[in-house]
Design a protein around this ligand. Structure first.
Ligand SMILES: NC(=O)c1ccc[n+]([C@@H]2O[C@H](COP(=O)([O-])OP(=O)(O)OC[C@H]3O[C@@H](n4cnc5c(N)ncnc54)[C@H](OP(=O)(O)O)[C@@H]3O)[C@@H](O)[C@H]2O)c1
Length: 367
């Protein structure tokens, strides 16, 4: 396999190092904004150099973001090159279009590192989906928010202090919006649900309520109730319709969830025959993520199909049927109320638009 590598950042540089150790994966050219010393490949600042190189059969996209990643990936697929990417934002936003391009051009598109970082989650979903019916996917899909919530719980700090600490340690970006508001987890959820259920749900229909409104007083109240707060992305397929959302959720301090601390992820699926299976580990980081990218390359080299699944029935998200108990805290008081997911997120939006203090967290069923 001759690879055109796009991006030499955290994941790109780790991938380059790991690819050197495999006889099957040769990085023939690197596209990056800077040039790097000591690399054993051609370096270029122009994507066309990679696109027009007939010897490159696979493009590994590790630039991130929507543009120019979208233009590069779609051009590579149209030119008959396989694509491996870790870019959840791109795949979640352009799901149908990019899979159709891979199918039409007889090439493979893989993105295992896009959900779960170093955990082979999408691969496992695909494998299980061939023998069983997956009915739910859920879990801690964002390490940044898990780090912040763990720090607030362990050290009884305020949100802003824990966020600053996460930024200092490299767990949170300078602009943490995508992580703390739940958009990053939402993209991973959409990808997971699409592959698990054989559907295509629009990212814009998945409500996200993040953790930026949480206070040390909320955490103290949860502790008094024997509960721990985690940011959870969950989707469920029931009677042919899919419910999906991202929201804080409260778990018993004695349960498995409460012990997933720091930047780690814990992702679970529920299927008719096998029941619940959970996968825990590093949801981010250069080498864990690059390991999934490299494994995807090896699968492509072995001649895997265009995408994980051929099924992708377009489906609207329906959050009207799923009812949960919620902890709701406004400027005045905290209360507990049972609401549909739609009603809870509509309430959250009203407070957000009114710029009034508000926090909510669903109470996990196992409590
Ligand atoms: N980091 C993780 O733990 C992790 C985990 C899972 C998935 N991912 C995904 O992996 C992808 C890469 O993430 P990362 O953390 O490695 O990002 P990163 O460290 O910011 O690296 C991105 C690289 O791409 C280069 N680049 C940006 N725009 C470019 C352009 N137009 N042309 C050529 N090169 C360009 C950057 O150059 P400059 O440095 O000069 O800007 C940098 O070398 C993203 O899609 C991310 O969501 C990352």
């Amino acid at each position: 396999m001759r690879i055109g590598l796009l991006g030499y950042g955290t994941v790109g540089s780790a991938f380059y190092a790991m690819a050197q150790e495999h006889a099957q994966t040769e990085v023939a050219a690197l596209l990056d904004l800077k040039t790097h010393d000591g690399l054993n490949c051609r370096q270029t600042a122009h994507f066309d150099d990679i696109l027009s190189d007939g010897g490159i059969d696979t493009v590994v996209e590790l630039i991130g973001g929507l543009h120019p990643a979208y233009e590069f990936v779609s051009a590579a697929l149209k030119a008959g090159k396989n694509v491996v990417t870790a870019n959840k934002q791109l795949i979640s936003a352009c799901y149908d279009e990019l899979i159709s391009l891979a199918e039409a051009n007889g090439v493979s598109l893989r993105c295992t590192a896009a959900a779960g970082g170093g955990i082979p989650w999408l691969h496992c979903l695909t494998r299980l989906g061939q023998t069983d019916k997956i009915t739910a996917v859920s879990g801690i899909m964002n390490g940044t928010t898990n780090y912040i919530l763990s720090a607030m719980t362990e050290r009884e700090t305020e949100y802003a202090d824990s966020l600053r600490e996460a930024q200092r340690l490299g767990y949170a970006e300078a602009d943490p919006t995508a992580d703390v508001e739940g958009y990053d987890a939402c993209r991973k959820l959409v990808l997971s649900a699409n592959i698990a259920f054989g559907v295509s749900i629009p990212e814009a229909q998945v409500p996200c309520f993040g953790i930026s409104g949480i206070t040390a007083r909320d955490i103290a109240a949860f502790k008094r109730m024997g509960l721990v707060c985690k940011l959870i992305a969950h989707a469920e397929m029931r009677d042919g319709s899919v419910s999906a959302c991202v929201e804080p959720m409260l778990f018993p301090v004695s349960g498995q969830m409460a012990h997933i601390n720091g930047p780690d992820n814990l992702i679970s699926l529920r299927a008719l025959r096998v029941g619940v299976q959970s996968f825990a580990g590093a949801g981010a980081g250069g080498f864990p993520t690059a390991s999934n990218v490299l494994a995807d390359c090896l699968q492509v080299a072995q001649g895997c199909g265009p995408f994980y699944t051929r099924q992708r029935r377009p489906l609207a998200v329906d959050n009207d049927a799923l009812k949960q108990k919620y902890y709701i805290r406004t400027a005045d008081a905290a209360r507990s109320e049972t609401l549909t997911v739609s009603a809870a997120h509509a309430l959250a939006l009203r407070y957000k638009n009114g710029q009034q203090p508000f926090f909510m967290a669903a109470v996990a069923e196992e409590n």
